[in-house]
Design a protein around this ligand. Structure first.
Ligand code: F58
Length: 843
């Protein structure tokens, strides 16, 4: 009779959740302490700085989750269009400081922690750097998430939760050694494991056709079934309450997995196959420019694609929309061709499962997909062997053949008997080893295709995708890359941030970099110049200690910090840089001691970057840098006039120390080969001068900051082919200038040791026709370096140019890039959720 009756209709649980956590010092302290006691279960006897980091992160995570849940609930209520950003890679970097900065809580947390005896900066250093990407492409995806959140776009990032990120690089005896990066070792306070968001993924099996009601119905029965589980990673916007989601999939065995083996009593065999399922998202492939063609990689790609499409469809169906409205509510962006199977997966579901007509399905796919290309290097273009693809995903191969058939029929009607056109446009590359060209699939299945800098986009339409361009010129666009000023200035360079706040009179530049242009007159102001130099000096000190600790080298703080950090690749020409270092070394040695300081500016030349584990030439370049470093740094005669350092394990968190400390940065790829580059933009924002070729986004940087504020050199893209032709079949002695010859002779005469490795390295420019035209550009590079020395002698002139670089870098904010994607490709409107701190709630 008197049992109380539960009544859910009061909605009390949800009313209670409407309150937000307060952000007073006391509230922050109590939330941190709560996590120390209840989440970590720690007492004073074994409490370390790591535990402190974990407790602080959990406290910040609570605040992120409030914003995150509210954001998607609001999007859902407003019934907005979403963009889905699909990428196999995200190099998000550390989260704690970025979250605090974007939530505008950094100073509150700093004070609250200081009051409890902890320095927030040293807490930051406890975090691992999530490194689920290789290089520029993965970091671009992370910058885009930050801008999409900041600009209030209804967006989702989708990717894979690898257990092992890019390897950690150690240098042993001057060689690169790869160490596995098991980054989840100490847990990950930033992710939200969604035990209830799981999708089945099928592989292998067979396709069957049945006639049903006079219509042919195709079904695909996979023979291996696994599960993809969602892990959500909130990405907060700056100066907005909007917080968007990076959803990463993890592979797990399905509950039906290997049911047969279990029933047949083969317990261990059954467990083994369960482990194989977990292995799929185990490790990121560490190649940044060559395509490997491994089945496991294809499984990774399909897992991302299939889980994401299922998730998007589930969300769409909840709204009871009609299929024809799909493109009105969904835009899908392919970060290169790695997730291109999404096109085929959506087609498959629409025709095989949802029962749409082929043409209707195609219309929906075509109007929702868009594709970004990041390279024209032929060795990076994905081509899957048809046996491999047809075995793993038989129905998808069939659909690809269908798409190709219909497409080629249109082509042959338009260009009868043009066999060359047919074979270059075809999705299928014929030959002894038949392959599917994923770029062609991506172009045909998308309504928009873009390159990542003006020059690159133009090269796409005139070379790699020329025939596609002539077919449909309006499909091709440019979206010049950008980087987020939140992480790359506001977090990484607090000194510069404070200075810019004073110059502008507010921190508005953090969300509107273009306003910096209005303050160019300060570049001549001696007081500002002084402060500018002080900021740079402090950043150099920070790097000084970093280098001392990790490399054991004592840098001269008055020397010019000259830096090249990026993946090691022949086209990026780290080799040309180090050959010039040797040139400089030899020149210093030849100069009488008393004249040296007059002729040479003291320089600290730093290299950093990972080589793909199988890329022998790249590894030899690292060996050469270390050999030169050994020799030069220990040469008593040279002293602090020249130091050479290899900075180990270049990654996002190290970049945040390295870039703000740099004065000169090198972006010296062979013209036409670097699609854009994005670190060039980060360096410019941080007041660093560029020595570079007219390649990728350097061209646009020159347009913005002025060529007179950079050191441009080398062959232009139009000259490269002719230079190569000249060298073809000629002896290197005919095209090496005397300065380069002397350098190579020094190496071959064993001045630096490691003769076997280094001779093999030199052969890439001596006996292989010097494809990257290093020899042809060497003289002009040396001249540009001379201009660097001359300018550095005039501190005020150098500083003035440094200031102008920063103030004119506004175009390279990823906010500009994302606005262009939203307006010109996605047709997406911003949707800002009401900020509780601005309305009723006191935060
Ligand atoms: C880079 N590509 C471009 N690929 O090289 C660079 O110029 C550009 O600025 C950047 O993309 C962003 O657009 C790149 O990083 C990869 O790392 C791929 C990883 C997967 C295998 C193929 C290369």
């Amino acid at each position: 009779g008197n049992t109380p009756v539960a009544n859910q209709s009061t909605n009390k649980i949800w009313k209670l959740m409407e309150k937000y956590l307060p952000n007073t010092k006391e509230a922050i302290q109590s939330s941190v302490v709560n996590h120390v006691e209840y989440t970590l279960a720690k007492t004073r006897f074994d409490f370390t700085l790591l535990h402190c980091y974990q407790a602080v992160s959990h406290s910040v995570r609570d605040r992120l989750i409030e914003a995150f849940n509210d954001t998607y609930q609001y999007f859902n209520n407003k019934d907005v269009k979403y963009v889905y950003y699909l990428s196999l890679e995200y190099l998000i970097g550390r989260c704690l400081q970025n979250a605090l900065v974007n939530l505008e809580l950094e100073s509150q947390y700093k004070e609250a922690m200081l009051d409890m005896g902890y320095n927030l900066e040293s807490v930051y250093e406890q975090e691992v750097d999530p490194a689920l990407g290789n290089g520029g492409l993965g970091r671009l995806a992370a910058c885009f998430l930050d801008s999409m959140a900041t600009l209030n776009y209804p967006a989702w990032g989708y990717g894979l939760r690898y257990s092992y990120g890019i390897f950690r690089q150690q240098i042993k005896d001057g060689y690169q050694v790869e160490v596995p990066d098991y980054w989840l070792d100490r847990g990950n306070p930033w992710e939200i494991e969604r035990l209830d968001v799981n999708f089945q993924i099928k592989f292998y099996g067979a396709v069957t056709k049945k006639v049903q009601d006079g219509k042919e119905r195709t079904t695909w029965e996979g023979s291996e079934i696994i599960v993809a589980r969602a892990y959500d990673n909130p990405a907060p916007g700056y100066n907005t309450f909007n917080t968007i989601n990076l959803r990463l999939w993890r592979s797990l065995p399905s509950s039906e997995f290997d049911f047969k083996s279990f029933n047949q009593g083969d317990y261990f065999k059954a467990l083994e196959s369960r482990q194989r399922a977990e292995f799929i998202t185990s490790v990121l492939y560490p190649n940044d420019s060559t395509y490997a063609g491994k089945e496991l990689r294809l499984k990774q790609q399909y897992l991302l694609v299939s889980a994401t499409i299922q998730d998007a469809i589930r969300r769409f169906k909840k709204k009871r929309k009609e299929w024809k409205e799909w493109p009105k509510y969904n835009a899908l962006q392919l970060n290169d061709t790695h997730p291109a199977l999404a096109i085929v997966e959506l087609m498959r579901i629409l025709i095989d499962i949802e029962g749409l007509e082929y043409e209707d399905a195609w219309e929906l796919v075509y109007n929702s997909f868009a594709y970004t290309n990041h390279t024209i290097l032929p060795e990076a273009l994905e081509k899957w062997g048809v046996e491999l693809l047809g075995n793993l995903l038989p129905r998808h191969l069939e659909i690809i053949y269908n798409i190709n058939h219909i497409f080629l029929e249109k082509i042959s009607r338009k260009y009868p008997n043009d066999w060359r056109k047919l074979s270059t446009l075809s999705l299928v590359e014929e030959g002894t080893h038949k392959t599917i060209r994923m770029a062609n699939l991506s172009i045909v299945g998308s309504h928009a295709v873009n390159g990542v800098a003006a020059l690159h986009s133009q090269l796409l339409t005139t070379t790699l995708f020329k025939d596609f361009y002539e077919l449909r010129p309006t499909k091709f666009q440019n979206k010049t890359n950008g980087v987020t000023p939140r992480r790359w200035i506001r977090c990484a360079n607090p000194g510069l941030s404070a200075l810019l706040n004073d110059v502008v009179g507010s921190d508005d530049w953090v969300i509107d970099m273009d306003i910096l242009k209005n303050f160019q007159k300060i570049a001549d102001d001696p007081a500002i110049q002084n402060r500018w130099m002080q900021v740079k000096r402090q950043n150099k000190e920070k790097l000084y200690w970093w280098v001392k600790e990790r490399c054991g080298v004592d840098l001269n703080l008055d020397s010019l910090f000259d830096i090249q950090v990026k993946r090691i690749h022949e086209y990026k020409r780290q080799l040309m840089n180090i050959l010039y270092v040797i040139r400089r070394y030899l020149d210093i040695k030849k100069t009488p001691a008393e004249e040296r300081r007059k002729l040479f500016v003291p320089r600290s030349i730093m290299f950093g970057g990972k080589a793909a584990p199988g890329y022998i030439t790249a590894k030899r370049i690292i060996r050469l840098v270390n050999a030169v470093s050994q020799k030069v740094n220990n040469d008593q005669e040279i002293g602090d006039l020249l130091k050479v350092v290899f900075l180990p394990n270049y990654n996002v968190s190290n970049a945040q120390v390295i870039i703000p400390a740099s004065e000169l940065s090198q972006h010296i790829s062979t013209a036409g080969l670097e699609a854009s580059g994005t670190s060039n933009m980060k360096f410019v924002m941080n007041g660093c001068l560029i020595i570079g070729t007219m390649d990728g986004a350097n061209v646009e940087i020159a347009e913005e900051v002025g060529e007179e504020n950079m050191f441009i050199f080398g062959a232009r893209v139009e000259q490269v082919e002719e230079l190569r032709n000249k060298m073809r079949n000629s002896n290197y002695r005919d095209y090496f200038g005397p300065r380069l010859t002397e350098v190579c002779d020094a190496i071959s005469n064993d001045l630096f040791g490691y003769k076997y490795d280094l001779d093999a390295l030199l052969d890439t420019i001596r006996n292989k026709n010097d494809y990257y035209i290093l020899a042809a550009d060497f003289e002009s590079y040396c001249e540009a370096q001379q201009r660097v020395d001359n300018l550095y002698k005039n501190k005020s002139e150098w500083t003035k140019k440094s200031i102008l670089n920063t103030l004119r870098s506004g175009k390279f904010s990823s906010d500009r890039t994302i606005r262009q994607y939203a307006e010109e490709i996605w047709d997406l409107e911003p949707c800002e959720i009401p900020n509780p701190s601005k309305s009723e709630q006191e935060r």
